[in-house]
Design a protein. Structure first.
Length: 314
């Protein structure tokens, strides 16, 4: 017979073994790589993160929260959630995608393997290899969604994507119950694109010159203009793309150019992140130096908040 201590050790070991063998156990998901099939996105937390950390993007935040809420509240979405972020560099496209990823999967544990980031410059550098890239991309998406239906795919530098390449994933983004036994409806796709940034800035500047608030820019009108602009723009990965023509992109999300007050917010947040005390003179100096467009009005920062971190460090 086992003594009480041995019995406790045996029972404890059995409990740990059961947790590790169970497909969705908290212990396995904490220590090993596993896909938590339960939706993990806390919408109130991501709303707080976006509103506290992202500056000048009320339109983008509003659309993104609505899109994520609709997707998360559906037990079995009819298609993957597909969002395309557009705007000048430094306006927050990559930052927002990172906030979504951090809230969807806690990136300090191994579940981060279900967040997939494709850099056009790094992963698709050669135009002559487009056919190979198409096959690799299809296999990668199919394999990863088979492993975890709630996978997140982020494509950056879409404006440098070889034409036609992104259309290779079109079958995975449509209204299909399953494809070859794989269900794609819980996946999320984010496309980050500088293309369309000039059009967004042009509209925002026109509103400002007519003494109208940027908050009053009609979202639906801006989204419609964006889809037309990107479809016919050779500097866009969506040039003549079937994804747009077949309405497979659910949301075209505009990221507005950042004004002086928004850059100030970025500088203030960066000081906090780097552990520095708030220095109003420094905040003003950096923000004034970065608002440089148009040359007459100097209303917007042409680089957004892209170089704030390095300026604060200096």
């Amino acid at each position: 017979a086992l003594d009480p201590l041995s019995t406790s050790v045996f029972m404890g070991g059995a409990a740990v073994a059961w947790q590790l063998l169970s497909p969705d156990s908290w212990l396995k998901c904490s220590l090993l790589e596993c896909c938590n099939m339960k939706d993990t996105l806390n919408l109130s937390v991501i709303k707080m993160d976006l509103e506290r950390k992202v500056f000048g993007q009320h339109l983008a935040i509003q659309i993104i929260l609505r899109a994520l809420s609709a997707n998360m509240h559906s037990k079995r979405p009819r298609k993957p959630l597909v969002m395309s972020f557009h705007g000048w560099t430094g306006t927050g496209k990559s930052f927002v995608s990172r906030i979504i990823a951090e809230n969807l999967y806690q990136l300090n544990i191994p579940r981060r393997r279900f967040v997939h980031h494709f850099s056009t410059i790094l992963h698709f550098p050669h135009l002559s290899h487009v056919h190979l890239y198409k096959e690799q991309l299809q296999n990668w998406i199919r394999g990863n969604i088979s492993a975890c239906p709630r996978s997140l795919f982020i494509f950056s530098e879409m404006d440098q994507m070889p034409h036609g390449l992104i259309d290779s994933i079109m079958p995975f983004l449509g209204y299909h119950e399953e494809i070859d036994g794989v269900y794609y409806g819980k996946a999320i796709f984010l496309f980050l694109n500088n293309a369309g940034g000039d059009k967004i800035t042009e509209i925002a500047l026109d509103y400002w010159r007519r003494l109208k608030r940027r908050e009053d820019i009609p979202v639906k009108q801006l989204q419609a203009l964006l889809s037309e602009e990107i479809l016919g723009n050779r500097n866009s990965g969506f040039f003549h793309s079937q994804l747009i023509q077949k309405n497979l992109i659910d949301y075209f999300i505009p990221f507005l150019p950042l004004e002086y007050k928004h850059v100030r917010g970025c500088v203030r947040e960066e000081l906090r992140m780097q552990g520095h005390p708030e220095n109003e003179d420094l905040i003003t100096e950096i923000a004034l130096a970065m608002t440089d467009y148009p040359s007459e009005e100097r209303l917007y920062s042409s680089k957004g908040c892209k170089t704030v971190a390095s300026r604060v460090t200096l």
